[in-house]
Design a protein around this ligand. Structure first.
Ligand code: 2M8
Length: 413
């Protein structure tokens, strides 16, 4: 199969996963609109259908909550193939959504899409919504000046060992029996375990019981951890928003100041033991015990740090393909279990955006080559074993197809 054939297949996947204004990540396993998946889908669409790219982002922001939050799942149409569904979240919104958010990559990708295909009128309409979302992060998910997550699902890196310190303290009393659906679609050995799911549901229960009072979730919820990945993403996204504002003739001083403030707060995330930025439990102060792909996203924020770069380079050299989600040298590393080791084309693409900004073109080319190789041999799967390249999780995956089109198979990404 040639790269041209793969281009056509990738476009077909995006089109087949289109449910009318939004794409689902993959049929069966994830039958709704997911937040950061949609932003990547928009980037993919921008390579062949500019109008559809903007529509994807517009549909995502049509579910924005009055407080500015953009939810992590939007349940546009009923589907009982996924658990927990709208009845468990009980958001009370129209459309029904989850009650937490996901990595704020939309401004970063909106800027790249605008650079590629234009669309100033559509970007202008999105700008205040992006700003309101970033403000929500600042007001509802900050501690020690760092962006935090109130649920591992909010990080998008669900069962990453980054969250083990916070997960250890989540009380699961009162979580009765429930029926998971994910393990009916893919191999259970590649998914989070039951103990993880019990805790995930305990966090959802807390949010539901307090009527999704976001300040209460931050202050009293069962879980709150500083997330290096979201912190770096938000620094970059705020700077991109400031640049967008300038292009639009608006005043971007506010998001620019937010980015500077977060950058100044980074020392709170520095682990002396790991010699890297690492996830940290706000409730206990405990750091994650291994370096992860979250640290590698520092490049996206323009954060340069020689000690950390050395650690990250060593981590990359321990695998054959891409940046692993967890360090293979760590006891918690599992090469096929979801976010505990596999490499994810979407994260590689974000890191590549950072490498390009830092002028590290040889590293960017290596990461692109390794990611493209995974897709060429394994297909458009959700994620991959970074040691031997085995394709894992769901097939015909929207974000892998999008990344192929927008970055992995391009010279001009
Ligand atoms: C995964 O997360 C969902 C919950 O949001 C799940 O496992 O059920 C993660 O990989 C997340 O990053 C992604 O957005 C989602 C849909 O692809 O799947």
């Amino acid at each position: 199969m040639t790269d041209t054939d793969l281009d056509a297949m990738a476009r077909d996947i995006l089109t087949a996963n289109d449910r009318g204004g939004y794409t689902i990540p993959t049929a069966g396993l994830y039958p709704f609109q997911w937040n950061w998946d949609s932003a990547f889908a928009a980037w993919g669409f921008s390579t062949f259908d500019a109008d559809r790219a903007w529509t994807e982002l517009e549909t995502l922001f049509s579910a924005q909550w009055p407080g500015g939050m953009v939810p992590h799942i939007i349940f546009h149409k009923p589907d009982d193939g996924y658990f927990p569904g709208p009845d468990v979240w009980a958001s009370g919104t129209m459309p029904a959504t989850s009650g937490i958010s996901q990595p704020p990559v939309a401004a970063i990708l909106a800027r790249l899409i605008h650079d590629r295909v234009g669309g100033t009128v559509r970007l202008r309409a999105l700008y205040p919504k992006l700003l309101a979302w970033h403000r929500w992060w600042r007001e509802s998910r900050m501690a020690h000046g760092i962006a935090c997550i109130a649920h591992p699902w909010e990080s998008g890196r669900d069962n990453c060992p980054d969250w083990d310190p916070g997960m250890a303290n989540v009380d699961t009393t009162g979580i009765g029996p429930y029926q998971r659906r994910d393990t009916g679609h893919v191999d259970a050995a590649m998914r989070p375990g039951k103990e993880d799911y019990d805790r995930y549901l305990a966090m959802v229960k807390f949010g539901r019981d307090c009527g999704w009072d976001q300040a209460k979730i931050r202050d009293d919820g069962p879980f709150l951890m500083g997330d290096p990945a979201i912190t770096f993403i938000l620094i970059r996204a705020n700077r991109d928003l400031a640049a967008i504002a300038e292009d639009l003739g608006e005043d971007g001083a506010e998001p620019a100041a937010w980015a500077d403030e977060m950058e100044a707060a980074l020392p709170w995330l520095w682990s002396d033991e790991l010699q890297a930025y690492a996830a940290r439990d706000v409730r206990t102060g405990t750091f994650a015990s291994a370096i992860s792909s979250g640290a590698a996203l520092g490049l996206l924020a323009g954060v340069e740090n020689a000690q950390m770069e050395e650690k990250l380079a060593a981590m990359w050299d321990r695998v054959r393909y891409g940046i692993p989600s967890n360090d293979p040298a760590a006891p918690s590393f599992e090469p096929r279990r979801y976010w505990r080791g596999p490499t994810w084309p979407v994260v590689n693409a974000l890191i590549a955006v950072g490498l390009t900004s830092a002028g590290r073109h040889a590293d960017e080319a290596r990461l692109r080559r390794e990611t493209a190789e995974l897709i060429r041999t394994g297909g458009f799967f959700e994620y991959f074993d970074p040691m031997d390249g085995t394709a894992c999780g769901g097939d015909k995956f929207t974000w892998t197809a999008a990344i192929w089109l927008a970055w992995a198979n391009r010279e001009d990404a």
